[in-house]
Write a protein that binds this ligand. Structure first.
Ligand code: TYM
Length: 333
C-alpha cells in the first residue's frame, strides 16, 4: 500500500535552498512513488501568526504555489491548495487546542526562538501554531510527513495530540499517528555565512541563503562569498563536524547531485575549497535556474495559479470536511 503524505510550507518571503532540499525536493519524489496520495499545502493561516502585509501575503501565496509547480509538484497527481480555503483546518485546530496541554506547548523550542526575549508580545497564534499544524496533518490521516529537521518537535507534538484524542474519546485509531520523514543527511541546510545557523527566510543577510528565485549571477556570488576555512578538503567523513561550513556545502552538493555525502567526499578529498565552490556553483545553477525561470513564467498568470488552488481546495475540503464532521460527532456536537 502507498503512503498518505501531507506537508506544508509557509508563504512568507522567498523560498530558499533549505526549503527545497529539506522539503520540496522530497515532495516531488514522494509524489512520483507509485500508489502514494500526496497533499501539499500553502499554510497561509500559519503565516499570519506574525504580522503580514495583506498585498505581499497574497503575492507570496501565489509565489509559493508557483515554486511548488516549478519544482515538479503536479496538480494532476497531488492536491495543492492554500489552508485558509479549507475551514476544517481552523475548526479542527480549535478542538485539538482543547486536547493539547500547556506544558506540551511550553516545551516548543521554535516558539521560544521566534518569540525572542519579549514573549509577552508574541501573538497567541504563534504559541498555538503547532496545534494548527497537528490539525493539518491529522485531518488527512497522513501516514508520513516529509519535513526538515526543524519541524521534528512539532511532529512529535502532533503524534501526542492524536494519541490523546484517541484515548480521551475512546476513539481507537480515529486519528492516524503520523510518522515524520526526515532525511538523514540533508535535513538541516545551514546559512552560507555561518555553519552553526540554519538557512532561513528571516536572516537579515540575503547572502546567507540561495533563493529559488535568484539569478545565476546571484547564485555564483553567494557561493563565492560563502564562509570557508583555510584547510584542504578531507578524504573521509571524520572531522567534518568540526568544519560545519564545509559539511554544509558538501551536503548541498550531494543532495543536488543525488549522491551520498561519502561519494562527494571522495570526489573532493585533498582538493581546495575553491574546487568545491566552482563545481557547486555550476551544479546549483544547473538545478535552480530552470526552477527560477519556471516560477517567473507561472507567476505571470495569476488566474492559472488561483484556479489550481481552488480546485485543490475543493478536493481537500471533501477529505478534511468529512474528518472534522466525524470529530465533532465523536466529541458530542
Ligand atoms: P516552513 O515554511 O518554515 O518550511 C517549509 C519546509 O522547509 C523546511 N526547512 C528546511 N529544511 C532544511 N534546512 C533548512 N534550513 C530549512 N528551512 C526550512 C522545513 O522543515 C519545512 O519542512 N510549520 C511548517 C509548515 C507546516 C507544516 C504543516 C509542515 C504547517 N503545517 C504540516 C508539515 C505538516 C513551517 O513553518 O515550515
Amino acid at each position: 500500500m502507498g503512503k498518505k503524505i501531507f506537508s506544508g510550507v509557509q508563504p512568507t518571503g522567498n523560498l530558499h535552498l533549505g526549503n527545497y532540499i529539506g522539503a520540496i525536493k522530497n515532495f516531488v519524489s514522494l509524489q512520483n512513488e507509485k500508489d502514494n496520495n500526496c497533499v501539499f499545502c500553502v499554510v497561509d493561516l500559519h503565516a499570519v501568526t506574525v504580522k503580514q502585509d495583506p498585498k505581499i501575503l497574497k503575492n507570496s501565496i501565489r509565489e509559493t504555489t508557483a515554486a511548488f509547480l516549478a519544482s515538479g509538484i503536479d496538480p494532476d497527481k497531488s492536491i495543492i491548495f492554500n489552508q485558509s480555503l479549507v475551514p476544517a483546518h481552523s475548526e479542527a485546530s480549535w478542538i485539538l487546542g482543547c486536547i493539547a496541554r500547556m506544558g506540551w506547548l511550553n516545551r516548543m523550542t521554535q516558539f521560544k526562538e521566534k518569540a525572542g526575549k519579549d514573549k509577552e508580545k508574541a501573538s497567541v497564534g504563534l504559541y498555538i501554531y503547532p496545534v494548527l499544524m497537528a490539525a493539518d496533518i491529522l485531518l488527512y490521516d497522513a501516514s508520513h510527513v516529509p519535513v526538515g529537521e526543524d519541524q521534528k518537535q512539532h511532529l512529535e507534538l502532533s503524534r501526542d495530540i492524536a494519541q490523546k484524542f484517541n484515548i480521551d474519546y475512546e476513539a481507537h485509531e480515529f486519528f492516524k499517528v503520523p510518522e515524520p520523514l526526515i532525511q538523514k543527511n540533508f535535513s538541516r541546510i545551514m546559512s552560507l555565512k555561518d555553519g552553526m545557523k540554519k538557512m532561513s527566510k528571516s536572516d537579515p543577510s540575503d547572502l546567507s541563503r540561495i533563493n529559488l528565485t535568484d539569478t545565476n549571477d546571484e547564485i555564483a556570488i553567494k557561493i563565492k562569498k560563502a564562509k570557508t576555512d583555510n584547510e584542504i578538503l578531507p578524504a573521509s567523513e571524520k572531522n567534518l563536524k568540526e568544519r560545519p561550513e564545509l559539511e554544509n556545502l558538501l551536503g548541498i552538493y550531494s543532495s543536488l547531485k543525488n549522491q551520498s555525502l561519502k561519494i562527494s567526499i571522495s570526489e573532493f578529498g585533498g582538493k581546495n575549497f575553491s574546487d568545491l565552490k566552482k563545481k557547486l556553483t555550476d551544479l546549483a545553477i544547473e538545478k535552480i535556474s530552470p526552477i527560477s525561470s519556471e516560477i517567473k513564467k507561472i507567476q505571470s498568470d495569476n488566474t492559472y495559479i488561483d484556479n489550481i488552488l481552488l480546485k485543490g481546495a475543493e478536493k481537500a475540503n471533501k477529505i478534511a470536511g468529512k474528518k472534522v464532521y466525524e470529530m465533532k460527532k465523536i466529541i458530542g456536537f
